[in-house]
Structure formats: structure tokens, C-alpha cells
Design a protein. Structure first.
Length: 294
């Protein structure tokens, strides 16, 4: 059998067909489909917990990273029997809750996994997320800004974990206790954003219109809402360097770490050393900040 011939593998009792295993999915990083599927197996214990029981939007790159891409919301047909789906707003989403499903999606050149902020059938947020994605001119100040956000949250008694988006930004993830609403988190996010923009007016803004931001970093708390999605922790990204969305320590942020360091070639060693920094952070109570705002 040549490297380009299709074959089937059995994973957890499910048969998955692997087509074009020799296809370059990240040409610059030298990652072919067969290697990508092996990387998904290694990532799955860390990636799947953030995908389970959520509506999944995948980004597929039929010609590999750097080629044309499209968002996959509606589950393609035909579906293997082991792939679970869930309907929201007349869209039948894949629910990536198993390794076979992850590998099946990987074979379809799904290089990115963007789960919903809420769980299937519910309206509560699974976590609290602030999205920080500066303009090109402010890339050099990204980690400085992220560190200041972390300090502000810590001053409010809230532990948080920064993670690279795997693209150009950073998200601040706050594991939260169950029972909060998206409305409450939006109110808290607005307060954090206003605090930062008033304390560091030359660096931060909560102005939504790009033309009015005047070269400042936008603290996006508005997009964290039901029906929205974001790159999962540990998802690969369709970038030339095969970057992976990776949780960071605050020490790494303060050292101005380069997000490109975290990619499909390096992620396994990092996970072996550090584990999941988000899972190791206790769920936070937001009662103090919400009571202050009421």
C-alpha cells in the first residue's frame, strides 16, 4: 500500500476511513494528514473536555492551511453512526464528544474546532471569556496588555488563565461556578473593560467601532454570548506554523512569550510538562463583583 492510499482504522470500536493520508495539511510545517490524526489522538484528552456537549463549528481547509477555508456548522451527510449531533436554531451541529468523532472530522480536513460558549440544551455559559485581539500595530504590546488584564482580575479576587488564540490574539479564560448568566458576565466584562480603559486610556478601549479605537486594544466582552463560538483550548489552527491555541502561565505572559512557539510539533512535550492549566484552576465565584455592580 502506498502512502497515498486510503485505509481504515478502528478506534474505540468505531471504524474510521482515512483518505489521502499523505496529503500536506500544513505544507510549511511539513504536517501530513496521517501525522495530524496522530496529533489529534495525543491532543484529545485535553481538547475533548472543551468540546463535549457543545455545538461545534469546525473550520475546514480542503487544500490545507493557507488554502481556501469554510465554516462547517451543519453536519455533513452522510454521517457515521457514532457521530452525535444536536440542533440549535435549525442548524444541526456536530457534537465532538469522542475521539472517533474528532478523527473523522480531522480526516475531512477540519483543522480548527470552535465550540459554543454554552452546553447543548442549556443557556448558561460554560466559562467566562474575554477576547483580546489587537490591531497589527499593537501586536508588540499584546502580552503587556494581557498581563495588565490578569492583574486587574486578580485585584478583584478572580483567578484567570490566558491562552493564545493560535492566531493573532489572546483570550482570558475564567472557569466559573455554575449558575451565572451571559447577561451577568457581560455586565462584569463591561466593568473590567471600563476599569482598564480608564486606568490605561492610552492602551485599552471598549469602543466597538474600529475607526474610533485610535490604535488602542479592544477588550471584547460582548462576543461572549449564547450562540457564539470561539477557538477551543488545544485546537490546532489553520496557520502556516500549525499553531495550537495554548493556555499560558502568567509568568510566560510577563516574559512576552511568542505564541508561535506553541504548535503541533511542540504541544505534546508542553502538555507532558505542564498539563492543562485551565483544568487546574478552580471554578471562580463572581458574587463579589456582581454584588458591587448591582
Amino acid at each position: 500500500m502506498s502512502a497515498s492510499e486510503s485505509y481504515s482504522i478502528e478506534v474505540e470500536g468505531c471504524e474510521i476511513k482515512v483518505t489521502n493520508p499523505d496529503k500536506l495539511l500544513w505544507p510549511e510545517a511539513g504536517i501530513r494528514k496521517a501525522m495530524y490524526l496522530q496529533k489529534l489522538v495525543a491532543l484529545s484528552p485535553y481538547l475533548l473536555p472543551y468540546c463535549k456537549n457543545r455545538y461545534m463549528t469546525a473550520i475546514r481547509y480542503p487544500d490545507g492551511a493557507g488554502g481556501k477555508a469554510f465554516y462547517q456548522k451543519n453536519a455533513p451527510q452522510p454521517l457515521p453512526a457514532f457521530v452525535r449531533t444536536a440542533v440549535r436554531d435549525e442548524v444541526r451541529y456536530i457534537v465532538a464528544d469522542s475521539l472517533p468523532t474528532l478523527l473523522w472530522m480531522g480526516n475531512l480536513a477540519a483543522l480548527e474546532f470552535h465550540p459554543s460558549f454554552e452546553y447543548v440544551g442549556g443557556e448558561e455559559p460554560a466559562e467566562w471569556v474575554l477576547d483580546i485581539d489587537p490591531s497589527e500595530s499593537l501586536r508588540d504590546r499584546l502580552m503587556e496588555a494581557v498581563a495588565l488584564i490578569g492583574e486587574a482580575l486578580e485585584g478583584m479576587g478572580i483567578a484567570s488563565v490566558p491562552k493564545t488564540s493560535g492566531a493573532t490574539g489572546v483570550q482570558i479564560v475564567i472557569p466559573i461556578r455554575p449558575g451565572y448568566s451571559f447577561g451577568e458576565l457581560r455586565k462584569a466584562g463591561g466593568f473590567v473593560g471600563r476599569y482598564l480603559s480608564e486606568k490605561y486610556p492610552e492602551l485599552f478601549t471598549i469602543e466597538r467601532l474600529i475607526k474610533n479605537r485610535h490604535n488602542r486594544i479592544y477588550v471584547d466582552y460582548v462576543q461572549h454570548a449564547a450562540g457564539k463560538s470561539l477557538s477551543a483550548p488545544y485546537t490546532p489552527r489553520g496557520r502556516p506554523e500549525a499553531t495550537v491555541s495554548t493556555p499560558l502561565s502568567w509568568e510566560e505572559v510577563k516574559k512576552n512569550v511568542d505564541p508561535r512557539e506553541f504548535n503541533l510539533h511542540t504541544i505534546e512535550a508542553r502538555l507532558a510538562e505542564k498539563g492543562d492549566l485551565i483544568a487546574n484552576t478552580p471554578q471562580q465565584s463572581l458574587e463579589a463583583i456582581l454584588q458591587f455592580l448591582n
